[in-house]
Design a protein around this ligand. Sequence first.
Ligand SMILES: Nc1nc2c(ncn2[C@@H]2O[C@H](COP(=O)(O)OP(=O)(O)OP(=O)(O)O)[C@@H](O)[C@H]2O)c(=O)[nH]1
Ligand SMILES: [Mg+2]
Length: 212
Amino acid sequence: MCLYTITGVFIEKFSVISDRMSLLARLFSKRKKVKLAKIVTLGTSGAGKTTLIRYLETGQEVEETDTTLGIDIRNKGVKIGNWNLSTIDVGGQELYRNALWGLAVTQADGIIYVIDGTIKEDRDPEKFAKSKLSFEYMLNIINGRKPILVLINKQDLKYMQPYNVDEAIDIYQVNQETRNRPFYVISGSAKFGENIQLGMEWLMENIESLHR
Ligand SMILES: Nc1nc2c(ncn2[C@@H]2O[C@H](COP(=O)(O)OP(=O)(O)OP(=O)(O)O)[C@@H](O)[C@H]2O)c(=O)[nH]1
Ligand SMILES: [Mg+2]
């Protein structure tokens, strides 16, 4: 009898607590779920990959950066909407390209390929050839479904007359149909954050549709 009463009170209290817990659970489930994704930045040395990541982390103009030696992985350093992004920033020097790019892209949900728009064929044919070669290298190592945001960077350096989007698409042959890939090409400035949000929105939408 006594045991029954105690058990009855316990059950009653437990059901009140569990009701409250389910209310909390329902409230929390209404909050947008935080999602995780991994972004890899690729491009020749000096193109602006690290600068771009610093901009995404801080939203502020980026001061000088050091060249990346090897791979710099930062966990959840970048937040965009309800996404937490881990960034895998790979050095663009040839040594790292050959040894590490292939490894890094296997981890990627999305790729940001940064091209220094001020590297032009007439001004610096050697750097230009290297820049084109690196772009082709990247396409050869990436699985065709992963979205690739291409940033034609350093548009703030007006006096250098950087390539615009149409010129870059033509020169680097960034053609969605012939290359059969999800590309999006933007021109902008990693240093000042120009146009970066637009590009990131496209990238996250495409990553999201792959996750569905
Ligand atoms: N004016 C201008 N300078 C930039 C921009 N993005 C990068 N830079 C400069 O370009 C140089 C190289 O930038 P990084 O971001 O270190 O280049 P990276 O691609 O990470 O190079 P590696 O680490 O060697 O592969 C630095 O002096 C940056 O300040 C930009 O949008 N505008
Ligand atoms: Mg770097």
